[in-house]
Design a protein around this ligand. Structure first.
Ligand code: OOG
Ligand code: NI
Length: 433
């Protein structure tokens, strides 16, 4: 009896396959990956966060039309050890979707393969015209998001608790196909145009038979340098980098993107080909990651973002930690003698930190930022869409479609931080390292 393939390996292989496919489909992505590799190999000021995982690190994004598609995707990604974290409300930004990000949640699983997928679901309730709504419903019935082969392996993995070698290969082949671009729309050109006019995101999702991957994002150590290089290469980069400004102590997530290409599409009617046209949805993006902020830190960040002035966020690790604005994990210094129980009170811990016996390290932010995500969405839409900024998020409907609750990112960071503290003192004798 062979062993099951560990989910992190399936996840890594899946990310690699998607990357190869996207390189093929969107040549500018290949140029971007090469540019990022060159910058990452030199190292940079943001070294704290450039661990060994940097080279293979990336996220992708897809967009779904139906609740059933979301729950199927949850099951597929569960086989890869990826779970939904956070609800991202994009209604506030006037986008007719809501989202989550699937990612590994345990520290060692993230270290082994940090691949994440940002997944958005259309909100049909955000389509104003009833005629267009029923058109959308008709079209979405024709979509087939998961192939029967992929579904069979999902069921098998759920049933046996994993997949063996050949099964894993076959599953990954089928799952990767799910995200391939097919330049054949389900709809006529007229309906496509009507949906583009309602909101370009809607056309990108419901006019196509499957959820083409719309970007893959490598992680770069120095995003300012990468942005400059993108412009030099003639890639039409966004004017501004989303997220916090450049700092000595990087926090959260900084992102920039460029619109990648126009793709040929054939539109269909009852008699066959109706028209040909082009679709622009797919793009290139890069990201750089810094420390996860606590809830209090996020509040300060959001206030800074609103005012455009980031002075209120200290640019010093010690201050970020002692003011409980960022999350840290703790490790023992080499040769340190630590007591065998967590000392009472925060001063005792501070003493151990200032004497150098315990070394705090910022925890990397593994999630997304809704305001930045909205900026990324918008920078890649062809037309300025109408926006209904009155709309409210609907996490309950999203979780019902998903078939489970999304994890709270703050809880995950807190768990990681306190587990690292517990481990420091979880020994019977004073520890000498
Ligand atoms: C997702 C946009 C959000 C990010 O990096 O914030 C995103 C999409 O365009 O479907 O990927
Ligand atoms: Ni992205």
């Amino acid at each position: 009896m062979s062993e099951f393939i560990p989910s992190w390996r399936l996840r890594q292989q899946f990310a690699d396959r998607l990357s190869l496919m996207y390189r093929d489909e969107v040549p500018a992505y290949g140029a971007l990956v090469d540019l990022v590799d060159r910058i990452n190999s030199v190292g940079s000021a943001t070294e704290t966060f450039s661990g060994a995982r940097l080279g293979q690190e990336r996220h992708g994004a897809i967009r779904l039309a139906l609740p059933e598609e979301l729950s199927l995707l949850r099951r597929a990604l569960g086989v890869l050890g990826m779970f939904p974290v956070e609800y991202y409300d994009l209604a506030a930004a006037g986008l007719p979707v809501h989202s989550t990000a699937f990612r590994p949640i345990e520290g060692d699983a993230i270290e082994r393969s940090p691949f994440r997928l940002f997944v958005s679901l259309v909100r049909l309730d955000q389509i104003a015209s009833p005629a267009l709504q029923s058109e959308v419903q008709r079209l979405t019935r024709e979509r087939s998001v998961m192939s029967p082969v992929a579904l069979r392996y999902i069921e098998r993995a759920e049933h046996q608790g994993g997949l063996r070698d050949a099964e894993g290969e076959a599953f990954l082949d089928a799952l990767t196909e799910t995200f391939r671009w097919h330049g054949e729309a389900l709809s006529t050109k007229r309906i496509y145009d009507a949906l583009i006019n309602e909101h370009p995101l809607l056309a990108d999702i419901v006019c196509f038979p499957n959820p083409h991957i719309n970007h893959l994002t490598p992680r770069v150590s120095d995003i300012d340098q990468a942005q400059q290089k993108m412009i030099e290469l003639g890639l039409p980069a966004k004017a501004v980098i989303e997220g916090p400004p450049r700092r000595n102590c990087p926090i959260l997530l900084r992102q920039t993107a460029f619109r990648a290409l126009e793709e040929d599409v054939t539109f269909r009617n009852m008699d066959g080909i109706d028209a040909v046209g082009v679709h622009t949805a797919r793009f290139g993006e890069i990201e750089s990651r810094g420390a996860a902020l606590t809830r209090a830190g996020m509040d300060v960040y959001n206030a800074c973002l609103a005012s455009g002035n980031f002075d209120a966020l200290p640019d010093d690790w010690n201050e970020l930690r002692t003011r409980k604005l960022a999350w840290f994990r703790f490790r023992p210094a080499h040769g340190a003698r630590l007591p065998n129980a967590l000392p009472e009170g925060s001063e005792a811990l501070e003493d151990l930190i200032s004497s150098g016996a315990i070394i705090p390290e910022p925890i990397t932010y593994e999630d997304f930022l809704p305001v930045s995500a909205a900026g990324i969405f918008r920078s890649n839409l062809r037309s300025e869409a109408k926006s209904n900024t009155e709309a409210k998020g609907n996490p309950a409907a999203f979780e019902e479609a998903l078939g489970c609750k999304v994890s709270d990112a703050q809880e995950l960071y807190e768990r990681e931080s306190s587990a690292s503290l517990q481990q420091l003192f979880a020994h019977d004798q004073p520890r000498e390292l």
